[in-house]
Design a protein around this ligand. Sequence first.
Ligand code: NAP
Length: 256
Amino acid sequence: MDQVRNKTVVITGASRGIGAAAARHFAEAGAHVVLAARTEARIEEIAKQIIAAGGAATAVRCDVSQPTDVEHLIETAIDRTGSIDVLINNAGTIDPIARLADSDTHSWGQIVDVNFKGVYHGLRFAIPEMVGAGGGTIINISSGAATSALEGWSHYCATKAAVLSLTRVAHKEYADQGVRVVGLSPGTVATEMQVSIKASGINPVSQLDPDDHIPPEWVAKALMWLCGSEADPHLGHDFSIKTDEGRAAVSLPLTM
Ligand code: NAP
Protein backbone atom coordinates (compact mmCIF):
# COMPACT_ATOMS: atom_id res chain seq x y z
CA MET A 1 0.00 0.00 0.00
CA ASP A 2 3.05 2.26 0.29
CA GLN A 3 2.98 2.85 -3.44
CA VAL A 4 0.25 5.52 -3.06
CA ARG A 5 1.43 7.27 0.14
CA ASN A 6 1.43 11.05 -0.53
CA LYS A 7 0.29 10.45 -4.11
CA THR A 8 -2.74 12.00 -5.76
CA VAL A 9 -5.40 9.48 -6.77
CA VAL A 10 -8.36 10.75 -8.83
CA ILE A 11 -11.42 8.49 -8.79
CA THR A 12 -14.48 9.06 -10.98
CA GLY A 13 -17.84 7.69 -9.88
CA ALA A 14 -16.77 8.08 -6.25
CA SER A 15 -20.18 8.98 -4.80
CA ARG A 16 -21.04 5.34 -3.99
CA GLY A 17 -20.22 1.70 -4.74
CA ILE A 18 -16.76 0.76 -5.99
CA GLY A 19 -15.57 4.37 -6.35
CA ALA A 20 -16.47 5.32 -2.77
CA ALA A 21 -14.85 2.15 -1.37
CA ALA A 22 -11.72 2.86 -3.41
CA ALA A 23 -11.58 6.45 -2.14
CA ARG A 24 -11.69 5.30 1.48
CA HIS A 25 -9.10 2.53 0.90
CA PHE A 26 -6.61 4.77 -0.93
CA ALA A 27 -7.02 7.52 1.68
CA GLU A 28 -6.29 5.00 4.46
CA ALA A 29 -3.09 4.14 2.57
CA GLY A 30 -1.99 7.80 2.72
CA ALA A 31 -3.05 9.04 -0.71
CA HIS A 32 -4.72 12.40 -1.33
CA VAL A 33 -7.93 11.22 -3.00
CA VAL A 34 -9.88 13.39 -5.40
CA LEU A 35 -13.48 12.19 -5.53
CA ALA A 36 -15.47 12.97 -8.67
CA ALA A 37 -19.15 12.37 -9.48
CA ARG A 38 -22.28 14.34 -10.35
CA THR A 39 -23.82 14.08 -6.85
CA GLU A 40 -21.79 16.82 -5.19
CA ALA A 41 -23.36 16.48 -1.73
CA ARG A 42 -22.41 12.80 -1.57
CA ILE A 43 -18.75 13.22 -2.62
CA GLU A 44 -18.38 16.19 -0.26
CA GLU A 45 -19.77 14.07 2.60
CA ILE A 46 -17.36 11.19 1.86
CA ALA A 47 -14.44 13.64 1.58
CA LYS A 48 -15.41 15.13 4.98
CA GLN A 49 -15.50 11.65 6.54
CA ILE A 50 -12.06 10.84 5.12
CA ILE A 51 -10.61 14.11 6.44
CA ALA A 52 -12.23 13.54 9.86
CA ALA A 53 -10.48 10.15 9.96
CA GLY A 54 -7.12 11.86 9.35
CA GLY A 55 -6.93 11.44 5.57
CA ALA A 56 -6.65 13.87 2.67
CA ALA A 57 -9.52 14.31 0.22
CA THR A 58 -10.98 16.78 -2.26
CA ALA A 59 -14.42 16.55 -3.88
CA VAL A 60 -14.92 17.86 -7.43
CA ARG A 61 -18.29 17.74 -9.17
CA CYS A 62 -17.78 16.14 -12.56
CA ASP A 63 -19.96 14.63 -15.25
CA VAL A 64 -17.49 12.42 -17.14
CA SER A 65 -19.57 12.66 -20.33
CA GLN A 66 -18.54 16.34 -20.52
CA PRO A 67 -14.95 16.88 -21.68
CA THR A 68 -14.75 20.30 -20.01
CA ASP A 69 -15.77 18.77 -16.65
CA VAL A 70 -13.03 16.14 -16.90
CA GLU A 71 -10.43 18.71 -17.96
CA HIS A 72 -11.45 20.81 -14.93
CA LEU A 73 -11.22 17.74 -12.67
CA ILE A 74 -7.64 16.98 -13.70
CA GLU A 75 -6.63 20.66 -13.46
CA THR A 76 -8.18 20.97 -9.99
CA ALA A 77 -6.44 17.82 -8.76
CA ILE A 78 -3.08 19.23 -9.88
CA ASP A 79 -3.80 22.74 -8.51
CA ARG A 80 -4.77 21.37 -5.08
CA THR A 81 -2.14 18.64 -4.69
CA GLY A 82 0.63 19.35 -7.19
CA SER A 83 0.25 16.16 -9.23
CA ILE A 84 -1.95 13.44 -10.64
CA ASP A 85 -0.33 10.07 -10.00
CA VAL A 86 -3.28 7.69 -10.41
CA LEU A 87 -6.55 8.05 -12.31
CA ILE A 88 -9.29 5.46 -11.79
CA ASN A 89 -11.82 5.72 -14.61
CA ASN A 90 -14.62 4.08 -12.65
CA ALA A 91 -17.81 6.06 -13.45
CA GLY A 92 -20.23 3.83 -15.30
CA THR A 93 -23.86 2.96 -15.62
CA ILE A 94 -26.11 0.25 -17.08
CA ASP A 95 -29.63 1.75 -16.92
CA PRO A 96 -31.91 1.33 -18.77
CA ILE A 97 -31.50 -2.41 -19.47
CA ALA A 98 -33.39 -3.40 -22.63
CA ARG A 99 -33.10 -5.69 -25.63
CA LEU A 100 -31.95 -3.89 -28.79
CA ALA A 101 -35.36 -3.54 -30.42
CA ASP A 102 -36.84 -2.14 -27.19
CA SER A 103 -33.97 0.25 -26.46
CA ASP A 104 -34.38 4.02 -26.39
CA THR A 105 -31.91 5.59 -28.82
CA HIS A 106 -31.23 8.63 -26.63
CA SER A 107 -30.59 6.57 -23.47
CA TRP A 108 -28.38 4.15 -25.43
CA GLY A 109 -26.27 7.07 -26.63
CA GLN A 110 -26.00 8.45 -23.10
CA ILE A 111 -24.39 5.18 -21.95
CA VAL A 112 -21.83 5.61 -24.73
CA ASP A 113 -21.18 9.16 -23.48
CA VAL A 114 -20.55 8.01 -19.89
CA ASN A 115 -19.06 4.50 -20.08
CA PHE A 116 -16.96 4.97 -23.23
CA LYS A 117 -16.41 8.67 -23.89
CA GLY A 118 -16.04 9.30 -20.14
CA VAL A 119 -13.00 6.99 -20.10
CA TYR A 120 -11.63 8.61 -23.26
CA HIS A 121 -11.96 12.04 -21.60
CA GLY A 122 -10.01 10.79 -18.56
CA LEU A 123 -7.22 9.42 -20.74
CA ARG A 124 -7.20 12.53 -22.93
CA PHE A 125 -6.64 14.95 -20.06
CA ALA A 126 -4.58 12.83 -17.63
CA ILE A 127 -2.05 11.37 -20.08
CA PRO A 128 -0.35 14.68 -21.03
CA GLU A 129 0.08 15.54 -17.33
CA MET A 130 1.47 12.10 -16.52
CA VAL A 131 3.84 12.14 -19.50
CA GLY A 132 5.05 15.59 -18.41
CA ALA A 133 5.63 14.31 -14.87
CA GLY A 134 7.47 11.18 -16.02
CA GLY A 135 4.66 8.68 -15.44
CA GLY A 136 1.52 7.61 -13.67
CA THR A 137 -1.12 4.89 -13.53
CA ILE A 138 -4.55 4.83 -15.18
CA ILE A 139 -6.98 2.05 -14.31
CA ASN A 140 -10.11 1.64 -16.44
CA ILE A 141 -12.91 -0.31 -14.78
CA SER A 142 -13.93 -3.00 -17.21
CA SER A 143 -16.29 -5.96 -16.95
CA GLY A 144 -16.67 -9.52 -18.14
CA ALA A 145 -19.22 -7.89 -20.48
CA ALA A 146 -16.28 -6.45 -22.47
CA THR A 147 -15.73 -9.90 -23.99
CA SER A 148 -19.11 -11.61 -23.67
CA ALA A 149 -22.63 -11.10 -25.00
CA LEU A 150 -25.40 -10.60 -22.44
CA GLU A 151 -29.02 -10.18 -23.39
CA GLY A 152 -30.39 -6.69 -22.66
CA TRP A 153 -26.91 -5.26 -22.18
CA SER A 154 -25.97 -4.21 -25.76
CA HIS A 155 -25.03 -0.70 -24.57
CA TYR A 156 -23.01 -2.04 -21.64
CA CYS A 157 -21.23 -4.87 -23.51
CA ALA A 158 -20.36 -2.58 -26.44
CA THR A 159 -19.06 0.26 -24.27
CA LYS A 160 -16.99 -2.01 -22.02
CA ALA A 161 -15.49 -3.67 -25.14
CA ALA A 162 -14.64 -0.17 -26.37
CA VAL A 163 -13.00 0.65 -23.03
CA LEU A 164 -10.85 -2.49 -23.29
CA SER A 165 -9.76 -1.24 -26.72
CA LEU A 166 -8.84 2.15 -25.21
CA THR A 167 -6.79 0.36 -22.51
CA ARG A 168 -4.85 -1.52 -25.20
CA VAL A 169 -4.22 1.52 -27.37
CA ALA A 170 -3.28 3.83 -24.47
CA HIS A 171 -0.78 1.20 -23.27
CA LYS A 172 0.69 0.88 -26.76
CA GLU A 173 1.03 4.65 -27.15
CA TYR A 174 2.32 5.67 -23.70
CA ALA A 175 3.89 2.70 -21.85
CA ASP A 176 7.36 3.78 -23.00
CA GLN A 177 6.73 7.21 -21.42
CA GLY A 178 5.97 5.72 -18.01
CA VAL A 179 2.17 5.77 -18.19
CA ARG A 180 0.83 2.45 -16.87
CA VAL A 181 -2.64 1.72 -18.28
CA VAL A 182 -4.59 -1.35 -17.19
CA GLY A 183 -8.20 -2.53 -16.98
CA LEU A 184 -9.86 -4.21 -14.01
CA SER A 185 -12.66 -6.71 -14.46
CA PRO A 186 -14.14 -7.16 -10.98
CA GLY A 187 -16.83 -9.80 -11.47
CA THR A 188 -20.16 -9.01 -9.86
CA VAL A 189 -20.01 -6.51 -6.99
CA ALA A 190 -22.65 -5.66 -4.36
CA THR A 191 -23.51 -2.10 -5.43
CA GLU A 192 -26.55 -0.19 -6.69
CA MET A 193 -25.73 -1.36 -10.20
CA GLN A 194 -26.53 -4.95 -9.20
CA VAL A 195 -29.82 -3.77 -7.66
CA SER A 196 -30.83 -2.36 -11.09
CA ILE A 197 -29.67 -5.53 -12.82
CA LYS A 198 -31.75 -7.71 -10.48
CA ALA A 199 -34.82 -5.51 -11.00
CA SER A 200 -34.53 -5.92 -14.80
CA GLY A 201 -35.06 -9.70 -14.63
CA ILE A 202 -33.18 -9.99 -17.94
CA ASN A 203 -30.27 -12.47 -18.45
CA PRO A 204 -28.56 -14.83 -15.95
CA VAL A 205 -26.77 -12.06 -14.02
CA SER A 206 -30.16 -10.75 -12.84
CA GLN A 207 -30.87 -14.19 -11.39
CA LEU A 208 -27.83 -14.20 -9.11
CA ASP A 209 -28.35 -14.14 -5.38
CA PRO A 210 -27.09 -10.89 -3.76
CA ASP A 211 -24.77 -13.09 -1.66
CA ASP A 212 -22.99 -14.14 -4.87
CA HIS A 213 -21.51 -10.64 -5.31
CA ILE A 214 -18.18 -9.57 -3.86
CA PRO A 215 -18.01 -6.46 -1.63
CA PRO A 216 -16.69 -3.23 -3.23
CA GLU A 217 -13.84 -3.24 -0.69
CA TRP A 218 -12.34 -6.25 -2.49
CA VAL A 219 -12.30 -4.26 -5.72
CA ALA A 220 -10.57 -1.41 -3.88
CA LYS A 221 -7.83 -3.84 -2.80
CA ALA A 222 -7.37 -5.00 -6.39
CA LEU A 223 -7.13 -1.38 -7.57
CA MET A 224 -4.39 -0.77 -4.98
CA TRP A 225 -2.50 -3.85 -6.13
CA LEU A 226 -2.69 -2.67 -9.76
CA CYS A 227 -0.82 0.51 -8.72
CA GLY A 228 2.29 -1.53 -7.84
CA SER A 229 4.98 -2.98 -10.11
CA GLU A 230 3.88 -6.58 -9.36
CA ALA A 231 0.92 -5.85 -11.67
CA ASP A 232 3.14 -4.76 -14.59
CA PRO A 233 2.65 -8.01 -16.58
CA HIS A 234 -1.05 -7.09 -16.83
CA LEU A 235 -0.56 -3.61 -18.30
CA GLY A 236 -2.50 -3.09 -21.52
CA HIS A 237 -4.99 -5.84 -20.60
CA ASP A 238 -7.97 -6.41 -18.32
CA PHE A 239 -6.90 -7.98 -15.03
CA SER A 240 -9.69 -10.11 -13.56
CA ILE A 241 -10.48 -10.94 -9.93
CA LYS A 242 -13.10 -13.44 -11.02
CA THR A 243 -10.37 -16.08 -11.27
CA ASP A 244 -8.48 -17.78 -8.45
CA GLU A 245 -5.18 -16.61 -10.00
CA GLY A 246 -6.33 -13.00 -9.91
CA ARG A 247 -7.68 -13.25 -6.40
CA ALA A 248 -4.53 -14.95 -5.12
CA ALA A 249 -2.39 -12.15 -6.59
CA VAL A 250 -4.41 -9.58 -4.63
CA SER A 251 -4.66 -11.79 -1.49
CA LEU A 252 -8.45 -12.00 -1.73
CA PRO A 253 -10.46 -15.06 -0.67
CA LEU A 254 -10.57 -17.61 -3.49
CA THR A 255 -13.74 -18.59 -5.36
CA MET A 256 -15.72 -21.47 -3.88
P1 NAP B 1 -22.83 2.32 -8.79
O1 NAP B 1 -22.87 2.00 -7.36
O2 NAP B 1 -24.07 2.46 -9.58
O3 NAP B 1 -21.92 3.63 -8.94
C1 NAP B 1 -21.75 4.28 -10.18
C2 NAP B 1 -20.95 5.54 -9.96
O4 NAP B 1 -20.77 6.18 -11.24
C3 NAP B 1 -21.66 6.53 -9.05
O5 NAP B 1 -20.71 7.11 -8.17
C4 NAP B 1 -22.19 7.57 -10.02
O6 NAP B 1 -22.21 8.85 -9.39
C5 NAP B 1 -21.11 7.54 -11.10
N1 NAP B 1 -21.57 8.09 -12.37
C6 NAP B 1 -22.58 7.68 -13.16
N2 NAP B 1 -22.70 8.49 -14.22
C7 NAP B 1 -21.73 9.44 -14.10
C8 NAP B 1 -21.34 10.57 -14.87
N3 NAP B 1 -21.97 10.89 -16.01
N4 NAP B 1 -20.28 11.31 -14.44
C9 NAP B 1 -19.65 11.01 -13.30
N5 NAP B 1 -19.96 9.96 -12.52
C10 NAP B 1 -21.00 9.19 -12.92
O7 NAP B 1 -22.00 1.22 -9.60
P2 NAP B 1 -20.64 0.44 -9.32
O8 NAP B 1 -20.97 -0.99 -9.33
O9 NAP B 1 -19.87 1.02 -8.19
O10 NAP B 1 -19.91 0.75 -10.71
C11 NAP B 1 -18.62 1.32 -10.82
C12 NAP B 1 -17.95 0.77 -12.07
O11 NAP B 1 -17.77 -0.63 -11.94
C13 NAP B 1 -18.74 0.97 -13.35
O12 NAP B 1 -17.86 1.34 -14.40
C14 NAP B 1 -19.33 -0.39 -13.63
O13 NAP B 1 -19.58 -0.59 -14.98
C15 NAP B 1 -18.21 -1.28 -13.12
N6 NAP B 1 -18.60 -2.66 -12.82
C16 NAP B 1 -19.53 -2.92 -11.84
C17 NAP B 1 -19.87 -4.25 -11.59
C18 NAP B 1 -20.87 -4.62 -10.54
O14 NAP B 1 -21.25 -5.81 -10.46
N7 NAP B 1 -21.33 -3.69 -9.70
C19 NAP B 1 -19.27 -5.29 -12.33
C20 NAP B 1 -18.35 -4.97 -13.30
C21 NAP B 1 -18.00 -3.66 -13.53
P3 NAP B 1 -23.28 10.02 -9.67
O15 NAP B 1 -24.59 9.38 -9.98
O16 NAP B 1 -23.24 10.79 -8.38
O17 NAP B 1 -22.69 10.80 -10.81
